[in-house]
Design a protein around this ligand. Sequence first.
Ligand SMILES: Cc1ncc(COP(=O)(O)O)c(C=O)c1O
Length: 382
Amino acid sequence: MKPYAVYPLMDITPVKAEGCKIWDSNGTEYMDLYGGHAVISIGHNHPHYTDRIKSQLDKIAFYSNSVQIPEQEELANLLGKVSGYDEYDLFLCNSGAEANENALKLASFKTGKKGFISFKGGFHGRTSGAVALTDNPKIVAPFNASHEVHILEMDLAQVEECLKKHDVAGIIIEGIQGIAGIHTPSEEFLLGLQKLSKGYNVKLILDEVQSGYGRTGKFFAHQWVEGLKPDIITIAKGMGNGFPVGGVLINPEMEAKYGMLGTTFGGNHLACVASLAVLEVLHQENLCSKADELGNYLMEKLQGMEGIKEVRGKGLMIGVDLETDAAPVRKELIEKHHIFTGNASTKNTIRILPPLTITKEQLDIFLEALPQVIQSTSAQTH
Ligand SMILES: Cc1ncc(COP(=O)(O)O)c(C=O)c1O
């Protein structure tokens, strides 16, 4: 048997990682400005994180959700405090797609309706409902396409028209669109969605899978908008710093009922302590405000750089539009300068999603390399 080849792979084999650094099997050192796809929040192999997981492994790694798991209570309690959503409930699962799938199911159960609205450019994962609401027909199989979905422009009039005509249970939107190339919905739009949701008995779901956990300088990206309080918030990626874990934050008005949601692995002991360690480090090392500060520094330096058309984002969730294709630039950044960056669905965009523990000195290395690479790649194409 061999792995199912669903991704084109770089010829790099990471064998060791620490903070923002990765070493491959040849001993070459890399800088990680991609954070393993926005997953690494507190830095690779943070000592507090590895200690927490190792000592839990020596006690108990797993038992099913049919028994008391105090680590779940501890996690819900700390997450409530750190995120500002103390009164919400937490359902634990294993990935971002699964978090969204459960959020959709919950909204449908609670409203008794089945349609959903999402937005152009959005990505919500690869499970049935989540992928149906993702704006990429190439990854939607005929089986997934049977859901009632309305993928709209970010336009309140369009949303209201859809709500009037159809039986809509919920609206799902990313805090900041990631794969689309880092696009932030406007405050007016988000607040307008909130108002429409209340008026039409529809649940507002904020997908914070990529934009959550301090990445944008606030715990959740939507917290940049005063007065916005979604019914449901979904989390994953940065939550476990690489440990597979996801979650759904649920307004307590949506009371739980036995059997409504369920999971075998969600909320297991190891996932809970990994997630607790992440929250402890985020708090101790003040990583939200660090992300804000360093993100502003980086964006300021990138703005106006030759060969760059636009810089967008918040905190350490940054999209850089080049005047040329991003692929050769990213290739040279990794091959010559050993810097990982991310791509986006738009060809000329580079996505920057480093661990939130990155230093100014490490960002300066990138700021020195990028103009050289832009210059040398544009000389090759002209
Ligand atoms: C905004 C958003 N939602 C959901 C997902 C799906 O998460 P997962 O790959 O953990 O299922 C992703 C993954 O990239 C994402 O960026």
